[in-house]
Design a protein around this ligand. Structure first.
Ligand code: TMP
Ligand code: MG
Length: 291
């Protein structure tokens, strides 16, 4: 199989033969049977750039035009407490889950207190250091060109995420987003978050709540899943009569301690890889006519 990207040093696989089998099966079935489900923060966006951490959706809001210095500090304190828990391999999901709900609930309450202005979001995204991974345009464009639906499934903030992809010029019609959306009052000030909270460990519930979306895609039984956390593995739980799934996991941080658990959970693990190259290589292979 000719996918040179799979030979990169950042690529690790538990079972290369199995990965090749899945890709071949997907190629035989063709792009009309494919859907892509991807996490956003630290999966479609970069983890770091020039040695500096890139912001998540929540961190993009960390701008003095939107929030006070005090709120900024509080959000940072929350991150310092809860991010190490999120990425701690020594704790079970059961143990982490209530703590993640706590993190999201506290962070959203802080944002609501700041009455964030809707019409400043575009500016704040423009001023931020958010960066989609190298090769993102080829990824989004290829999916659009082949009419492959892309679901971005994020525990971040939908309004912010949409603005990032809109400004990058890749919010194509085949892109659908499940995320936490802001609810603004008549004056355009944030008053709450809409609907059920999506946090890092309830993507399965989020998927099941959006049954109509997956019903519409019933014929797309092959799934390419991209994530960076072990919570992202359940994003495809709503897919109807799944035939093949290939899970690609970005291992951005705490590489040594997390590698084993990522290799067990993801078919392909990308170690400190800031590009979309592997996903692109696989997509090229699946979407080209069989020879
Ligand atoms: P994702 O599902 O798109 O990856 O978004 C979830 C990320 O958001 C997760 O890695 C933690 C991050 N996050 C923050 O950076 N700050 C916050 O205040 C919260 C609640 C989450
Ligand atoms: Mg993520």
């Amino acid at each position: 199989m000719q996918i040179p990207e799979l030979a990169r040093p950042s690529v690790c696989m538990r079972d290369r033969g199995r990965v090749e089998e899945i890709i071949q099966a997907m190629q035989r079935a063709g792009p009309s049977t494919l859907q892509v489900i991807s996490d956003f923060d630290m999966t479609l966006t970069r983890f770091s750039y020039n040695g500096k951490r890139c912001p998540t959706c929540h961190n993009i809001l960390d701008n003095r035009k939107l929030i006070s210095e005090e709120c900024k500090q509080k959000l940072k304190d929350l991150l310092n407490v809860y991010y190490p828990i999120e990425s701690d391999v020594g704790r079970s999901v059961e143990e982490k889950l209530p703590l993640m709900v706590e993190w999201w609930t506290k962070a959203h309450a802080l944002l609501v207190q700041q009455k964030i202005q809707k019409d400043l979001l575009a500016l704040v995204v423009r001023e931020s250091d958010a960066r989609l991974r190298e090769g993102y345009r080829a990824f989004f464009d290829r999916l659009q060109d082949h009419d492959v639906p892309l679901l971005i499934f994020s525990a971040g903030v939908g309004d912010v995420l949409e603005e990032v992809i809109r400004q990058a010029g890749v919010f194509h019609p085949n892109v659908k987003v499940f995320s936490n959306y802001m609810d603004f009052d008549e004056s355009g000030a944030l008053r709450a978050f809409k609907g059920e909270l999506i946090h890092i460990y309830n993507k399965r519930e989020g998927a099941l709540l959006n049954a109509a979306h997956f019903r519409e895609l019933w014929a797309r039984r092959n799934v390419l899943l991209l994530g960076d956390s072990l919570g992202d593995l359940t994003m495809a739980d709503g897919v109807h009569s799944l035939a093949n799934i290939l899970k690609i996991g970005y291992l951005n941080d705490k590489v040594e301690e997390r590698k084993e658990s990522y290799l067990r959970a993801y078919d392909i693990v990308l170690e400190r890889d800031e590009t979309m190259d592997v996903a692109n290589g696989i997509l090229w292979h699946i979407t080209r006519p069989e020879q």
